[in-house]
Design a binder for this molecule. Sequence first.
Ligand SMILES: [Zn+2]
Ligand SMILES: [Zn+2]
Length: 347
Amino acid sequence: MKALTYISQGQFGITDKPVPEISDPGDAIVRVTLSSICSSDLHIKHGAVPKAVTGITVGHEMVGVVEAVGPAVSKVKPGDRVAVNVETFCGECFFCRHGWVNNCTDQHGGWALGCRIDGGQTELVRVPFADNGLTKIPDNVTDRQALFVGDILATGYWAAKISEISADDTVLIIGAGPTGICTLMCVQLKNPAKIIVSESDRSRRHFIQKLFPSVTVTSPEECFGKTMEATCNTGADRVIEVAGSDTTFRMAYECARPNAIVTIVALYDKPQILPLPDMYGKNLTFKTGGVDACDCDEIMHLISAGRLDTTPLITHTFPFSKIEEAYGLFESRSDNVIKVAVYPDNL
Ligand SMILES: [Zn+2]
Ligand SMILES: [Zn+2]
């Protein structure tokens, strides 16, 4: 079968691979019916993910149909439509038992698919710990609706959850890329008093304003002023930093009011500086790091109930044979692309 493969730093290419087989009783084989490209795939391509193994099939955002399951799998069966979780996790170690599946200590735990083991930009993918890593798609949910459940939507949901948002809060979200938009959608489920979104790209600001008319949209240059204006000069109650640019970490703690929660979802290229002497007494709570993608059933339920819809993020669709073209478009951010969907050539 054809698979998009991490050949060497800077190079992905389509190669021929053998069809994957069940190798552990907890495995499932999933036939991919729709996949997407994530900025983490680009990080692998450019050598920014040291754990990534050359030769693996890339891709960790996908939905499909279960083709086969190992004898220990009980949650899904062949023929079930499923969303695949970006994280594989054992469900039994100290961290998994606390819901911190991102920190699973199993050798196959964490972000393995499309990084350390073969992922989903291909026809068939082996998913370890299938009972934990697959979420059944209800009949009233399409592949396009379910496509982001296991990765960027899980991230947005987790970011909103750990930010402890209440009804009278002003929430500032920094960054309106795909994960920022998913975060915005999940923050809206918490019904805070005000939401402000800061985004540097003009076309993305227009996109947000059109899709979410009640949200205050600002450029980074005006973000501090707009936040102060919206909060009688106290600052945002909650800040969620999803952008990860050179200036956005600073913006996050500067726009936060004293005693605010600042949630950092962004992945930075460089270490960031926290000038503690200057902010002594501001008493911020920082929450940092990678998604704990353990709420996928709940997210799927919200989609099925019509409360979450990420399909407007899919701005472009390509057949698998043109996946390299899809990468080119996604990487160059041309034609106002937000996310691409890639479908098998035989569909
Ligand atoms: Zn991703
Ligand atoms: Zn675990």
